[in-house]
Write a new protein. Structure first.
Length: 148
């Protein structure tokens, strides 16, 4: 009797885990969308900060939008169209999107490097430099971590 109950409980638990895994993978699936379906704020951000670039691909999942530009730049946007991450590969991110205190820190401490990626985090910003250093800054722009 106990073995039957344990077996039934195990089956129910396995089914629950399976359903959770399937639903999470479905929710995380990125779906290509027409560029026109990007939020207006996202399209404006690209027009203002990447004037000579063109959006060539866009996708959406349940939490965010992502687009790629014709130079390989990848930009992630929140559901409302505010930027969350900009990865320009080996070119500089637009200076206008980097907080001044972070720009000053990089210029002073790494004068031969430039910012290639900026990612908003709950605690502040993650940035990557052209010299492959990764820096973490808090909301006030103070350096809180470094990784090479």
């Amino acid at each position: 009797m106990k073995a039957t109950k344990i077996l039934k409980s195990a089956k129910v638990l396995l089914m629950a885990v399976f359903c959770l895994a399937v639903s999470n993978s479905c929710l995380a699936d990125d779906k290509p969308i027409p560029i026109e379906k990007l939020p207006a704020q996202a399209k404006t951000f690209v027009q203002q900060n990447f004037k000579d670039k063109k959006i060539i691909y866009a996708e959406k999942d349940f939490r965010k939008y992502e687009c790629r530009l014709n130079d390989g730049t990848q930009i992630d946007f929140n559901k409302d169209g505010t930027w969350d991450k900009v990865d320009c590969n080996m070119t500089a991110v637009p200076a206008a999107i980097v907080p001044q205190v972070i720009k000053d820190y990089v210029k002073t401490n790494f004068p031969d490097a430039f910012i290639t990626k900026i990612d908003k985090e709950r605690y502040g910003f993650d940035i990557e430099l052209s010299n492959d250093l990764e820096l973490e800054f808090n909301q006030q722009g103070a350096l809180i971590g470094m990784d090479d």
